[in-house]
Design a protein around this ligand. Structure first.
Ligand SMILES: [Zn+2]
Length: 392
């Protein structure tokens, strides 16, 4: 009775009674039934047979391979892993009487999203169209709709947090500090990147403190890029509220006094970790310069910084203050290309409003995400050129 009701509800919300998989092998009809949670489900074995894929399970994990791409599902949970990224499902994967059921979402959304080059889904007719393997593809790696290979991971580091509020946010609404704005934009950036098929690791998703030296550790071998988000501010002096705008840093020795000042300010967060001020960064620069020699990602970092700055210019109402270099401690520990974005000045009234408006936070997140995708595409082209030379 409950199952029937759920099925009816499913139908009412557009779930078909069968999905038809069409492809070189003709048409295969895969039944859709309602799962325990009421969501429409498809039997995995019949689905992969129609897709010329495979499914194996040990009762805990189920691996479904489609177009040579493995999707790993956690049985009984609404979770799956693709390209090393844990993702959520609309309903739990369901194992009953030796039959494994996957949410219809896998057919309707996930396959067309990740394997869009090969599969298209028509929700009106409940049809998944297999366009077949393209003749002599440039690469046999499936690509996302935006041209990227799946599997990229970007670490987002919302600056400050917990007992370290960052700058006090002179022109932010009452009670809002730098750490709040960096987290808000960081979470939006995460969503924007995920929507573009880029995996994301966050150094924090809540109001918590992470040691500066540890933040970079979130971006090691399997990470493509480290992005730290901050808000700038100036000390009180004549005309200090006039300065506004955004700037993007990559790691290097500070070129200007202002860049050195910003680095000192952000590095100063170290004192929250021990509870006492360590004063100016004595010895810190040596450490940074030594690290710099080990950091072979300078050119990449500078390129991302340039793209981020270019895209922010389109959406930001403040001044384009350019790409800069400075010795940020948070960047030295990242073993991959790394940038730090100062998204505006909280000591300027217009920037203060801009940085705390949801709408402009969204447009900044989207602009940064686009820049990152552009960078990753360039990087793939550069490294991919070498690949295809060898495989030909
Ligand atoms: Zn900061």
């Amino acid at each position: 009775m409950i199952a029937t009701l759920a099925l009816l509800l499913g139908l009412r919300f557009g779930a078909p009674g069968v999905v038809v998989v069409t492809g070189p092998a003709g048409e295969v009809r895969v039944p859709v039934r309602s799962g325990p949670a009421g969501a429409p489900m498809v039997p995995a074995s019949q689905l992969v047979a129609a897709l010329d894929g495979s499914v194996t399970t040990d009762g805990v994990w189920a691996e479904v391979v489609v177009a040579r791409q493995p999707f790993r599902f956690l049985v009984g949970a609404p979770l799956y892993i693709f390209s090393s990224q844990l993702q959520t499902l609309a309903a739990p994967v369901w194992l009953t009487r030796d039959t494994l059921y996957l949410p219809l979402q896998f057919v309707a959304e996930i396959i067309p999203y990740y394997l869009g080059e090969r599969y298209r889904y028509d929700p009106r007719r409940g049809r998944l169209e297999d366009l077949g393997r393209r003749a002599a593809p440039a690469s046999n790696v499936a690509r996302l709709p935006n041209g990227l290979r799946p599997g990229h991971i970007v670490t987002i580091d919302p600056g400050h947090g917990g007992v370290d509020p960052g700058n006090p946010g002179t022109y932010f609404p009452r009670g809002v500090r730098e750490k709040d704005v960096t987290l808000q934009v960081g979470l939006l950036l995460r969503d924007e990147l995920k929507r573009r098929g880029v995996g994301v690791r966050m150094t924090r998703t809540t109001d918590s403190l992470i040691a500066l030296g540890d933040r970079g550790g979130y971006c090691t071998a399997a990470c493509d890029l480290f992005v730290s988000l901050h808000v700038n501010s100036l000390a009180r002096r004549r005309g200090y509220t006039q300065i506004r705008g955004f700037e993007t840093y990559f790691l290097a020795e500070a070129r200007t006094e202002d860049a050195a000042r910003v680095a000192r300010m952000e590095n100063d967060a170290v004192r929250f970790e021990t509870g006492e001020s360590q004063g100016p960064m004595t010895g810190g620069l040596d450490f940074i310069l030594k690290d710099l020699q080990l950091n072979e990602h300078l050119r990449e970092s500078a390129r991302v910084a340039e793209l981020v700055q270019k895209n922010l210019k389109v959406v930001h109402t403040g001044d384009d203050r350019g790409v800069k270099q400075a010795g940020f401690m948070v960047l030295t520990t990242a073993r991959r290309p790394a940038i730090l974005v100062e998204m505006g000045y909280s000591t300027n009234p217009q920037d203060g409003r801009f940085l705390t408006s949801r709408k402009s936070q969204r447009s900044m997140a989207s602009a940064i995400a686009e820049a990152i995708v552009e960078y990753l595409r360039e990087y793939e082209r550069k490294t991919g050129a070498a690949d295809s030379g060898g495989s030909r």
